[in-house]
Design a protein around this ligand. Structure first.
Ligand code: ADP
Ligand code: MG
Length: 369
């Protein structure tokens, strides 16, 4: 298959998208405290002194969160940093009692890597910049209190892995296919429950447009896309809006925008902060995160067979086209069903198998896998 990408154009413009995805890690307790992270509890019943930022409390790293970050890095072919640093990202918001979020800035735990998937029958690869560990903030509740807001700190300190791509995505279809593939990877390896309604997997899409060959345009970041359907609608609207602005002679201003599913439109929430506005600095309460190669090797040894490894095995063992092997490894259940059926038909590579394949190809025209 050719890896060369054809240029997709919308009204003569090339669409450029980079993704930042927050995957909530499926640990028992929070990233720096012992409070539980179960969803849907009574407000403020799952926040301890550390999450409330009471004076004198100190964060303690949750090893399970680090193990899950390592697992993710191995799944997407990243470098696992032997030493990474936690930093304070400073901003004021009522649901952030410390006045800063603990995140990773200059040296993240997971570096590089890539995610490959099919868009139609075209194979696409998106490069990852990094994935870093951070804590979630609490929640402001505006609806339940007349004229007042409530603060629920149950979510404060929930472990997140923020996965950042290069601006390699070229259409809303590719964006949705990327997000679905990433969702498949994190749920397959079991580091995230993937529940989008509950916010366990939320995507921010950075969108810009440019004339082919021109430098990158100014981006606007669509925040908190928590359904694949809204993701596609939001990006399509945003692309049309940006092209219209440029055609009308306006310049795009860098901004953070929200998608409103009721109107199908995106609207600016705030002008975008730059990294410098957050006054990042290394958190003096947390030493550097040191990960020995032996730990990485142990995590690797315990990992389940990855979908792309399984797909490659299906190609080698059963002579399947790559597209078919990829389709069959969209879910663990389907892959297991296929292998059971293949075994029932005869051994992998055995003389009975080509007959099964022919049968499978006939079926394909009738049933959609
Ligand atoms: P920040 O952390 O301020 O949001 P980054 O430089 O880390 O900024 O980029 C965030 C995301 O935006 C990345 O996924 C990156 O690929 C993407 N991105 C950067 N520039 C553009 C652009 N001009 N158009 C579309 N996406 C972009
Ligand atoms: Mg961002």
């Amino acid at each position: 298959m050719s890896t060369k990408q054809k240029t997709l154009l919308v009204q003569g413009y090339e669409v450029v998208i980079g993704f930042e995805t927050h995957a909530q890690l499926s640990t028992q307790s929070k990233i720096f405290s012992r409070a539980p992270i179960a969803f849907g509890a009574e407000p403020n019943t799952q926040a301890c002194a550390v999450d409330l930022a009471l004076p004198g409390t100190l964060p303690v790293m949750n090893k399970g969160a680090v193990a899950r970050a390592i697992e993710f890095g191995l799944a997407v072919g990243s470098h696992i940093a032997e030493e990474s640093i936690f930093a304070r990202k400073n901003y004021f918001y009522p649901d952030l009692p410390k006045g800063y979020q603990i995140s990773q800035f200059e040296i993240p735990v997971v570096q590089g890597g890539e995610v490959s998937f099919f868009v139609g029958d075209e194979k696409k690869t998106v490069r990852l910049v990094r994935a870093h560990l951070e804590e979630d903030a609490g929640k402001s509740l505006h609806e339940d209190f007349i004229g007042q807001s409530g603060i629920d700190l149950n979510r404060a300190g929930t472990p997140l892995l923020e996965i950042v791509t290069e601006p390699d995505i070229r259409s809303s279809e590719e964006a949705v296919a990327y997000a679905k593939e990433l969702h498949k990877i994190v749920t397959w390896i079991g580091i995230c429950d993937g529940n989008m309604q509950e916010g366990s997997f939320r995507c921010d899409a950075n969108v810009s447009v440019r004339k082919p060959g021109a430098p990158l345009g100014t981006r606007r970041e669509i925040k908190n896309l928590n359904s694949f359907k809204f993701m596609q609608q939001a990006i399509d609207f945003e692309v049309r809006w940006q092209i219209e602005q440029i055609e009308d002679g306006f310049e795009i201003q860098q901004a953070t925008v929200l998608f409103d599913p009721d109107t199908g439109e995106t609207r600016a929430m705030r002008t975008k902060e730059d990294a410098a506005d957050y006054r990042y600095f290394p958190d003096p309460d947390l030493p550097p995160l040191v990960i020995g190669r032996d730990w990485v090797a142990r995590v690797q040894a315990e990992m389940t067979e990855l979908p792309r490894v399984m797909a490659a095995r299906f190609v080698a063992d059963y002579g399947l086209p790559e597209y078919d092997a990829t389709t069959l490894t969209q879910s663990k259940a389907m892959a297991a069903y296929f292998e059971a059926a293949a075994k029932a038909c005869g051994q992998a590579g055995g003389h009975d198998w080509p007959h099964c394949r022919q049968h499978h190809q006939q079926q394909r025209s009738q049933a959609s896998l």
